[in-house]
Design a protein around this ligand. Structure first.
Ligand SMILES: [Zn+2]
Ligand SMILES: [Zn+2]
Length: 172
């Protein structure tokens, strides 16, 4: 746990026109075993680093937001390179555009971000074995139970900013 802080970390798409930088460590990293993530990745699970969008710096072209159905029924936006179409992150209806679920595999050095939690393990593919010592839940979870204190503080600050932006929008 006392490894040097590797941040900032850069990532991007295959054609390298979309490039981004995670300015700090993410809030929390999900390894999601839900069937939606399996379908969208074509793989067995998705590894997503949840981070405030104001901690994601765009270094190249902006990704294109593609409306995509989601399990909640409210839809998600998948940010894809407009050229090679690789997906770099998603926005979900809950936190909206203020939070990115960055696809860890698009980082140049993805090894720095192993999962903090495995979610929706009830639908994991049976050959996938959760490593000993990893936190795992059958479906979703309560952040207050699992997030470290600094991430919860950041979430509180983020919610205040989102609320303020919504109020300002209503007033205009
Ligand atoms: Zn590209
Ligand atoms: Zn999922």
């Amino acid at each position: 746990m006392s490894k040097p802080d590797p941040f900032p970390l850069d990532g991007g798409c295959d054609c390298k026109r979309v490039r981004y930088r995670l300015i700090s460590k993410p809030l929390f990293v999900h390894c999601c075993h839900c069937r939606w993530c399996q379908r969208e990745s074509g793989a067995s699970f998705a590894l997503n680093a949840m981070i405030e969008m104001d901690r994601v710096a765009l270094l190249g072209e902006a990704p294109e937001l593609v409306n995509t159905p989601s399990d909640s029924g409210k839809g998600q936006q998948i940010a894809r390179c407009p050229h090679c179409r690789v997906a770099v992150w998603s926005h979900y209806s809950g936190a909206g555009p203020a939070v990115a679920f960055v696809r860890v595999g698009t980082l140049d050095e993805p090894d720095h971000l192993p999962p903090d939690i495995h979610i929706f393990t009830a639908s994991k593919q049976p050959w996938v074995v959760i490593p000993d010592g990893h936190t795992a839940v059958p479906e979703y979870y309560d952040a207050k139970q699992h997030w470290p204190a600094d991430a919860l503080e950041r979430r509180k600050a983020l919610r205040a900013r989102v609320e303020a932006a919504r109020t300002a929008q209503k007033g205009s």
